[in-house]
Write a protein that binds this ligand. Structure first.
Ligand code: SF4
Ligand code: SF4
Length: 362
């Protein structure tokens, strides 16, 4: 029994580094492929935005295409857009793609669990690599004491609560004022510049998060990300679940060991936790056929079908938005050149900050 368990451990560790097992290999590779596909898209969007910014800064008309997809990095603008859509009856023409992408991601969580976090989000992907690095260095990732872990986990819900309170407490007029503000019109460019020109504080915060993620698997996702917290709440209604067949389970606990959300899978029959990201690592590592399965409304779902469903939702959301003219914004090249060349003006500060209060916006 002991020899069997240690051989299972070796297999699990091989799987962690993608080294063995046809089933494990396949599952690992499918998610890896989807993650890298979206990481590649993000890099391409970043490259396009940089080209667009440089041309606008230099006043080179016509500008190269600005990629609306970068608005996926403006989830707060997207949430504001949803509420504004409800108030105004039309989608705003400043960052429409931000709203479409938030809606697609929320729909993904509602139908397919928090799969965004483990299949699509580049931060989630980096967190996995950093955790793997931690395991290479220390042979393990560290787990804070349970009480501290719970306390820290509540942080992301507090941050989410703050954003929900701040956004959903705004009147229709206040929302419109924010959406039409000079700050919001160039929010995507400002965000790109923020990451390109990280100040001392920014570098320290990033370095802190990187180090924390090497020690604690998915430190930011687990404790700090309000987007993940929101998706988790939506995912609670999802018909997709991981289910364990107690009759077939041999209680090896390998599923518990690989779960990035540290869920007690081997002691559950159905994983309902809002922390489950649908990474399916547990299903992949399980050595017993049919002991653990991904199910949709109680029916078994294959991993390729799950991956295809995630991709399909994004392709459908993007195509529908393009076909209906809800993808690209209405800001002209001339206006972008003017705004980007004047972005250092106090009128382009955050509308809520003291520096912009009383500044007359154009
Ligand atoms: S329960 Fe399974 S699918 Fe959910 S996060 Fe844990 S390992 Fe991934
Ligand atoms: S579900 Fe599979 S991996 Fe988890 S304890 Fe049972 S046999 Fe082991």
């Amino acid at each position: 029994m002991q020899r069997q368990q240690s051989s299972l451990k070796v297999r699990a560790s091989n799987w962690l580094f993608g080294l063995s097992g046809p089933k494990l290999h396949r599952t690992y590779r499918i998610r890896l492929l989807v993650q890298w596909l979206f990481a590649g898209i993000c890099l391409f969007l970043g490259f396009q935005l940089t080209r667009f910014y440089m041309a606008a800064k230099a006043g080179q008309l016509p500008l190269p295409q600005r990629p609306p997809g970068v608005e996926g990095f403006l989830p707060i603008s997207g949430l504001m857009g949803i509420l504004d859509w409800v108030y105004q009856g039309t989608l705003n023409r400043i960052h429409p793609a931000a709203t479409i992408l938030v809606l697609v991601v929320l729909l993904t969580a509602l139908l397919l669990r928090k799969s965004f976090c483990s299949w699509i989000c580049p931060v989630g992907m980096m967190a996995e690599y950093l955790a793997r690095l931690g395991r290479k260095i220390f042979s393990r990732n560290f787990r804070p004491w349970r009480g501290l872990d719970w306390t820290l986990q509540s942080l992301k819900y507090l941050i989410l609560g703050f954003f929900v309170w701040a956004i959903f407490g705004m009147s229709g007029a206040a929302l419109q004022a924010f959406i039409q503000s000079p700050y919001n019109k160039v929010a995507d460019v400002k965000m790109g510049l923020f990451f390109l020109n990280l100040g001392q504080v920014g570098i320290l915060v990033m370095a802190g998060l990187v180090v924390a993620s090497v020690f604690i698997q998915g430190a930011w996702c687990r404790y700090g990300c309000p987007y993940g917290a929101l998706l988790g709440l939506f995912s609670w209604l999802s018909p997709v679940r991981v289910e364990r067949n107690a009759d077939k389970c041999i209680d090896c606990s390998l599923c518990d060991k690989v779960c990035m959300s540290r869920l007690p899978i081997s002691r559950s029959t159905v994983v309902r936790s809002v922390e489950c990201t649908g990474c399916v690592d547990c299903v992949a590592v399980c050595p017993v056929d049919d002991a653990l399965a991904l199910t949709a409304a109680g029916r078994r779902m294959s991993i390729p079908a799950y991956a295809a469903a995630i991709l399909m939702l994004f392709v459908m959301g993007y195509s529908a938005a393009r076909l209906t003219g809800l993808w690209a914004n209405d800001i002209s090249d001339e206006e972008y050149v003017h705004r980007i060349q004047n972005m250092d003006d106090p009128a382009y500060g955050h509308p809520g900050s003291s520096s912009t209060r009383g500044v007359q916006a154009e």
